[in-house]
Ligand binder design. Structure first.
Ligand code: GLU
Length: 307
């Protein structure tokens, strides 16, 4: 059996031709400036073994991957009640779509589309200032990654905030249904800072290891969420983690995962490991083109799956 490092090397080397395919997200101006042909990958196992490839230690903008951390925080704070404000069905629509919201009375389909993420942020803001709420999210991520050097990229946060017209539109629309309680400006401030957290593949894989281990960090033994919540977060990642290409990702990779428009993807291999990849060029659905290909090659070699 080849070592973990050898398997990662082979998987990543086999998809190098894919790195130049796709387009970097440019609707957030600061993201358009990221070198398009970066590529990194990292595996962290539940026993603490690590494997790296390429730019695995370079921080990038985690964007929507932060929604995994936000739902973790919201489930711990509000328990089941959070599901009354948002659903848990795949949307089949783009991450920033408004079309379902009108029919469904302003209740977003699932935690990983923007509308829902804004509702989660609104819930987390309850009784707190925007600064405290943003700091809490960053502290949670630092705890999960066991790394207090992780920070928000202020340039990306400001760049998204200055151009967040569509998210503002979603938030106003939901407010008209009474689904948003705080000031929309505050919700957008916190949401943009959360998306602008910068992490490397190594830090990302490390930070989601609790989801591979029934909700408890296997290295520090910190209890993050109970088993049932961990299972539900993984189920959401499996069904809704890749926008309107979630079915395609499940077909190709078959593991719970979450992507972000910064080009990162993190996947959970229950009882085994967490894996993060980063390649900024995206396919038409907004998922990292080379990152998806690398994960597909890796699971083919390792035979990792959820069964
Ligand atoms: N901050 C991004 C937005 O709201 C996140 C998008 C994503 O990564 O899916 O547009």
């Amino acid at each position: 059996m080849p070592s973990l490092q050898a398997q990662l090397n082979l998987a990543c080397q086999s998809i190098q031709h894919a790195i130049g395919v796709g387009k970097v997200a440019d609707y957030i101006p600061a993201l358009a400036r990221v070198p398009a042909d970066k590529f990194g990958a990292a595996i962290v196992t539940v026993s603490g073994e690590k494997a790296f490839f390429g730019d695995a230690r370079e921080p990038f903008s985690i964007q929507s991957i932060s929604k995994v951390f936000a739902i973790t925080a919201a489930l711990n704070r509000f328990e089941q009640q959070i599901w009354e404000r948002v659903g848990h069905e795949p949307s089949g629509n783009a991450f920033n779509s408004i079309v379902q919201l009108e029919k469904e009375h302003g209740i977003p389909r699932n935690p990983f589309i923007n509308a829902r993420a804004l509702v989660v942020t609104d819930a987390l803001l309850e009784g707190q200032t925007t600064t405290d709420c943003s700091n809490q999210m960053l502290e949670l991520v630092q705890l999960l990654a066991d790394d207090d050097t992780i920070a928000v990229d202020n340039e990306v946060a400001q760049s998204e905030r200055d151009t967040s017209h569509r998210n503002a539109g979603l938030a106003h629309f939901m407010r008209s249904f009474g689904r948003i309680e705080n000031s929309i400006s505050d919700v957008l401030d916190v949401y943009c800072r959360q998306c602008a957290i910068a992490m490397s593949c190594e830090q990302l894989a490390r930070s989601t290891l609790y989801l591979a281990n029934n909700g408890t960090d296997p290295i520090t033994e910190t209890h993050i969420v109970n088993e049932e919540r961990g299972r539900r977060i993984n189920a959401m990642m499996m069904l809704c983690g890749h926008y309107d290409a979630s079915g395609d990702f499940a077909h190709r990779v078959g593991l719970p995962g979450k992507s972000g428009v910064g080009g990162g993807i993190v996947v959970v291999v229950p009882d085994v490991a967490a894996v993060a990849v980063w390649a900024p060029r995206l396919n038409a659905n907004g998922n990292s083109h080379a990152g998806t290909a690398a994960l597909e090659a890796l699971v083919r070699a390792t035979k990792w799956n959820v069964l």
